[in-house]
Design a protein around this ligand. Structure first.
Ligand SMILES: [Zn+2]
Ligand SMILES: [Zn+2]
Length: 137
């Protein structure tokens, strides 16, 4: 599947290919900062199918954690594009900046980190829920 997207101001544009290995909505405390307060909708893709075709993102990695993720966002408008995981060649691509999230993302297959769920967060009926991550299969 080919995906295109970019930030709110247009300084960053990207293309991504590859099948999503996981689609979820994350309720963790960290995601609430970047989502605006709700769950964060994302998909996990192989890193090698992704390229920025316009612009260079800013990066942020916490220095106080053992295995921190690296977050990439537009240095001009602040839109969060993706997160890079330590040790694994995978990207956590956010659904919001996709040009066509309805087609390219579709929807989450599970809700994760419900341990941090706020009282106003909604989870669709029947969607599998996990307090943290699903068990590895
Ligand atoms: Zn921007
Ligand atoms: Zn999260």
């Amino acid at each position: 599947m080919a995906l295109t997207g970019g930030c709110y101001c247009g300084a960053l544009r990207y293309e991504a290919a590859g099948d999503a290995m996981m689609k979820a909505q994350c309720h963790c405390r960290e995601c609430q900062y970047f989502s605006g307060g709700g769950a964060n909708y994302f998909m996990i893709l192989p890193e090698d199918g992704f390229t920025y075709v316009k612009g260079t993102p800013a990066q942020f990695t916490r220095s106080d954690l053992d295995k921190p993720v690296t977050r990439e966002f537009c240095p001009t408008c602040g839109t969060h594009i993706l997160t890079r995981l330590p040790d694994r060649p995978l990207l956590v691509l956010k659904a919001g900046p996709l040009d066509d999230a309805a087609a390219g993302y579709g929807g989450p297959a599970m809700a994760i980190y419900t341990v941090d769920q706020q009282p106003f967060h909604l989870i669709a009926e029947g969607l599998p829920q996990f307090e943290r991550l699903p068990p590895r299969g």
